[in-house]
Design a binder for this molecule. Sequence first.
Ligand code: ZN
Ligand code: MN
Length: 479
Amino acid sequence: MSYETIIGLEIHSELNTNTKIFCNCSTKFGAKPNENTCPICMGLPGTLPVLNEEVVKKAVKAGTALNCKINKLNKMDRKNYFYPDLPKAYQISQYDLPICGEGFVDIETENGTKRVRLNRIHIEEDAGKLVHMEYEPYSLIDYNRVGVPLIEIVTEPDMRSPQEAVTFLRNLKAVLEYAGISDCRMEQGSLRCDANISLRKVGQETYNTRVEIKNINSFRELQKALEKEEKRQKELYDYGEGDKIVQETRRWDAGKGRTITMRGKEEAHDYRYFPEPDIIPIIVKDETIDAVKREMPELPVQRKERFIKEYGLTEKEVNILISDKHFAEYYEGLVVLGADTKSAANWMLSDMLRLLKEKEIEYDAIPVKKEDMTVLLSMVADKKLSVTSAKGVFEQMFETGEHPEKIVKDKGLVQISDAGAIEQIAVEILNANPKSVADYKGGKEQAIGYLVGQVMKQSKGKANPQMARDILQKKLSEM
Ligand code: ZN
Ligand code: MN
């Protein structure tokens, strides 16, 4: 039986405001436990929340960057549930009138560009953090995160594979970062993703029961969790046990590599939503929308066009370069420092990308200084260093942060571009290989490849290969 996978995502992203959504407490990450709290975010009786204007602006900005309709009249609602990290026992969120309506994000897939529709974006407050003690019979609570502003972005079930979901999340993260709405540090929890996934027979129009996987913190885990859940559901359908797939919330256990039942999925009515009586409806003025549009930084779509036009790169190359704001900025930094646009792109898309992946380093933590990278690139361009040696030097720079000139000197790697020195070696090689010379003279032109190889070997890889080839050709024609 062949199945089609249906995926929709809900993404929580912390907004990078200085203060919380309803009080003046700092939102700074990494403060001492419970340092950033006050009676308002602790939800003490008698306190009143005051909506942070920046939150509204940033949400409008997110909506605009993500092609959403802005609901000029929207309101906050109470979502009631008890959890120890939520001291009020309700979360102030938005229910039937969110700040942003339908929007979309385009993604590149194997079958071309695909549009993933957004259902809505709403604003809400974050909850605190429970710290479970491994050897103690109790847990600790850090309330610093309570009241940090969030936007929740809800997609339509438009993705058809785990890969598409990952690509979507990458694109979405790029837009939020470019627009300056969130710092999107997944490892710090400022971008978190819940995934809804169901399977259906190819050709079936209705959706089957979906399962929600909570709190996924990285692209890799999203891919793995969805693949595992896809497999689990497929097997149940295959064995005629599709009724065992129930609407529920499952937790992704990264260590065990599987999803585990957390709880039955709540329906909206379980939360007893009602209009938040302490906050008046929000009216977004036209001036606010205009100002947001006017001040919008360059977004990935525009940067893509510009990179193609200005730097003479292919669309495929640019898609990867711009996929992350920090990666794109690193590239442009090299260009500003005078690097050749094409070779800078080549290095970043091959060796740089490979090492970042291998060592699981984020794009905003590239361990090679732009200045050093530019020096390496110009050593290659000036033929002081062969590409092969340069790759080794680059790896060492990546590893140790050392300056390329130091590494080249320590390893004695400077390329021989001295025609006289190469000529001397070429003569030796020609004398030592009469058969190859005869082959070449007899019309077997590929024999020169062997001779170039011998010159390279003799020079311990330091000869400039193009010069070696030219000199050999000249010598051979004189013979
Ligand atoms: Zn506070
Ligand atoms: Mn939420």
